[in-house]
Design a protein around this ligand. Structure first.
Ligand code: UD1
Length: 360
């Protein structure tokens, strides 16, 4: 049926770390049966524990990655450099794509963009244009550099378009496509709603809190982590705390874990979102959780000074907090509204753009 030269265009979807898998899954499923493209998943290997990676592939119905770069952990320079070398090798020796799709703001987003651009490959950044304006965050550097060299900028909200235009990106390179994380939720909604995982922990709906922490500024210093946990002990609810591997080592050194804290291993996507959907509120330093809670109308208190996702504050259920004002702020939760185009149809919009661009 397909007849544009009868050559399928090869599309690489790059993923590396936990939040990336929810972003590539809707796009993979939307493209996998199209006769005009050959969509391939490239996993750089930044996250490798079962619960940080394969659990998400299983939950989201993703096949094994077509290419695995086995990069693993390391300093920022090591991880970025190793990813660049491995991805360049893949493109040169095995499989040169017609389009590279990078998502979010992890080290692989930056590394694969640089490697691909120097091979003159076309790059699209999904979740482009977000800015925290805090250059001490590694993710901000990854976002700025990626956006400065990619060809297509697919944004989740109007503020991202404005940031890109201010930085000199041409309007025709920018498409407001909506929020791909919401596509992942909509895709898995039935399974999430059936799960009721809170019962497994002996909890009641709306009567518990979720805490997640993994930002270096909050968890790399034992003092900061201890302070946050001390504040959590003053919350008059049970607090479920799925512990990111980065947080684990410092948590082991904390002398006294508050009695109302339920410390658990990281959860897969369905379990985690099911737990969030039924929580009273969430305390977190994550990027993606700010968006997921906004969509679900669950109050979110983000333990950071800045956010690259301001729409979750202006429209959504998110508030920035610090360790000193946390206990006051949780007295005033808000539910907010869902931003425009966070409707589960982002992957379809992107598919249309890709086809038009690849066969122009
Ligand atoms: C990375 C991303 C961050 C994202 C987060 C989501 C960058 C710069 N950071 O941070 O933007 O929000 O993922 O989780 O790309 N580790 C394991 N098992 C794993 C993965 C990591 O034990 O499967 C441990 C390693 O000791 C590693 C540490 O966790 O050194 C941190 O992992 P890393 O991928 O470097 O950064 P994250 O903090 O996960």
């Amino acid at each position: 049926m397909f007849s544009i030269n009868n050559t399928k265009k090869v599309i690489h979807l790059i993923c590396a770390a936990r939040p990336n898998f929810m972003k590539i899954a809707p796009l993979y499923h939307s493209l996998k049966n199209e006769d005009w493209c050959d969509v391939q998943i490239v996993h750089t290997g930044q996250h490798y524990d079962y619960q940080m990676s394969q659990a998400f592939f299983d939950d989201l119905g993703l096949p094994s990655s077509h290419h695995h770069l086995c990069v693993g952990s390391g300093s920022h320079a090591e991880q970025t450099a190793q990813t660049m070398v491995a991805y360049e090798k893949l493109c040169l020796e095995k499989d040169k794509p017609d389009l590279v799709v990078v998502v979010g703001d992890v080290n692989a987003t930056l590394a694969c963009s640089i490697a691909a651009k120097k091979l003159h490959l076309k790059i699209a950044h999904l979740e482009a244009g977000l800015r925290s304006f805090d250059r001490t965050m590694p993710e901000e550097i990854n976002r700025i550099v990626t956006d400065s060299i990619c060809d297509y900028h697919w944004t989740p909200s109007k503020d991202a378009n404005e940031n890109l235009l201010r930085e000199g990106v041409k309007p025709k390179q920018i498409s407001l496509v909506g929020n791909i994380m919401i596509d992942a939720y909509c895709m898995m909604k039935d399974k999430i709603e059936q799960k009721e995982i809170y019962k497994k922990f002996g909890l009641n709906k709306q009567e518990y809190v979720i805490l997640t922490l993994h930002r270096p500024v909050n968890v790399d210093s034992q003092k900061c982590l201890t302070e946050i946990l001390e504040k959590s002990s003053a919350i008059n609810k049970q607090v479920v705390f799925p512990v990111h591997p980065r947080t684990k080592k410092n948590l082991e050194a904390v002398k006294e874990i508050p009695k109302n804290l339920i410390v658990i291993d990281p959860l897969g996507y369905i379990d985690f979102i099911s737990l969030v959907s039924n929580a009273a509120y969430v305390i977190s330093d994550s990027g993606g959780i700010q968006e997921e809670t906004t969509y679900l109308g669950i109050p979110c208190f983000t333990l950071r000074d800045t956010t690259e996702r301001p729409v979750t504050i202006t429209m959504g259920s998110n508030q920035l907090v610090n360790v000193n004002n946390l206990l006051n702020k949780i007295q005033c939760p808000k539910r907010g509204f869902v931003p425009p185009l966070w409707d589960g149809k982002t992957a379809e919009r992107i598919k249309k753009i890709i086809r038009e661009e690849l066969y122009r």
